[in-house]
Design a protein around this ligand. Structure first.
Ligand SMILES: [Fe+2]
Ligand SMILES: [Fe+2]
Length: 381
């Protein structure tokens, strides 16, 4: 069983590494870094209720806390890498640690081999140092999965502000998508970085980033580059923004929606498009995609339009990504589908729900990747 202590430690490590990644991507005074730093400090205080001091040691590539290894995950691995890269064999934090000292630690953790930062302890943070060894520069490269992980808090924050009827901060969304596009351009196989569904509160984030990556993959194959590629990514990130105006009870209901709930749910494309239309800096493509992504190729979807309607190609790509992601990231009460089942369902949908040529092109991308990728690694748990 996972103890409260383990939970706090895992949370602390996640906050510190996420803050460090954001400090590396942006700057140490970035709002997101400062917010994560504050959360890390309060998590530390919770840990100090259980321990008089906190010492983390790196021994044989494992992180040791209270004489036992901390369970490995992406954040723990990142922390071990950062500490090792900086020649730090152990890290001791004392209860009087303040926000400035913690931020200095985050800056050290954000250090990449091309940046020189002096490793210096403070009154309440002490380092044990070993000889500095740089790993090859590839190990510091942020890939799509990392960016998705690091940006989760930031994106969820942005979406939460929509739910609270505040204006969406478009610069945040544009930054996140720029990061994806850059990573995408440098790693053509990043497509499979799409994440499993972890928890309901992260659903909107993981779903939106998955659709973003899947749309970028589709657009790249069609030869789309430049601003249009970014706009397609932004449209994907925002396609379900209208769900922020739907009651969480309906969104997270574990079972079939009744007629009234379904009627409400079907409002999300219109609500999203109206909201985006009134938000400065939103590309027009994002408004169109939010409105059209459930219309279906055969016009049998929603919103219902009295006359024939030709969906924008970005809406059609989004519908394909959406269909695929819904089958891939199954929820707790749903059966997961095997890749060949997904492919055969999508083939059935090509020409009615989904645009046929775009669907074949999407399945081609899947099969090309499948030659090198073990799909089971990406199945939601
Ligand atoms: Fe939707
Ligand atoms: Fe969606």
């Amino acid at each position: 069983m996972i103890s409260r202590q383990d939970n706090h430690m895992q949370k602390l490590i996640r906050l510190l590494t996420t803050a460090a990644a954001n400090a590396a991507l942006y700057h140490p005074e970035h709002r997101q870094v400062l917010r994560l730093n504050k959360q890390a400090l309060s998590t530390l205080h919770q840990l100090f209720n259980l321990h008089s001091d906190i010492t983390l040691r790196v021994i044989e590539e494992q992180l040791i806390f209270t004489n036992k290894p901390v369970e490995e995950n992406l954040a723990v691995t990142r922390l071990i890498e950062s500490l090792t890269r900086n020649g730090i064999s152990h890290l001791q934090i004392e209860p009087d640690v303040c926000a400035e000292e913690l931020l200095a630690l985050i800056i050290i953790l954000s250090k990449t081999p091309d940046k020189q930062i002096e490793i210096k302890g403070s009154q309440n943070i002490h380092f044990g140092q070993i000889e500095i060894r740089y790993k090859d520069s590839e190990s510091t490269h942020l890939d799509l999965a990392d960016i998705a992980e690091y940006e989760a808090d930031r994106f969820m924050d942005l979406y939460q502000s929509v739910r609270n009827k505040q204006k969406l901060e478009m610069t945040g969304i544009i930054d996140i998508v720029n990061g994806f596009v850059d990573a995408f351009n440098s790693q053509s196989d990043s497509f499979m970085a799409i994440a499993p569904l972890r928890s309901m509160d992260e659903y909107t984030y993981t779903h939106s980033t998955n659709i973003c990556m899947l749309n970028l993959a589709q657009a790249k194959v069609l030869g789309i580059e430049g601003q249009l590629l970014n706009d397609i990514g932004i449209a994907a990130m925002l396609h379900d923004v209208g769900k922020m105006f739907i009651s969480p009870d309906i969104l997270s209901k574990s079972g079939k929606l009744d007629e009234e709930e379904w009627r409400i749910m079907q409002q999300h494309p219109r609500l999203g498009a109206e909201y985006l239309l009134n938000t400065p800096g939103v590309p027009r493509l994002a408004v169109v995609t939010a409105y059209e992504h459930h219309m279906r190729y055969d016009n049998a979807g929603y919103p219902k339009i009295a006359h024939p309607w030709q969906q924008h190609i970005c809406s059609q790509m989004t519908a394909i990504s959406d269909t695929y992601d819904a089958m891939r990231t199954h929820r707790a009460y749903e059966e997961s589908l095997e890749t060949d089942q997904i492919i055969s369902i999508m083939l059935d949908l090509a020409g009615n729900k989904l645009h046929p040529q775009l669907t074949y092109s999407f399945l081609q991308i899947l099969s090309d990747l499948d030659k090198n990728t073990d799909f089971s690694n990406y199945t939601a748990s």
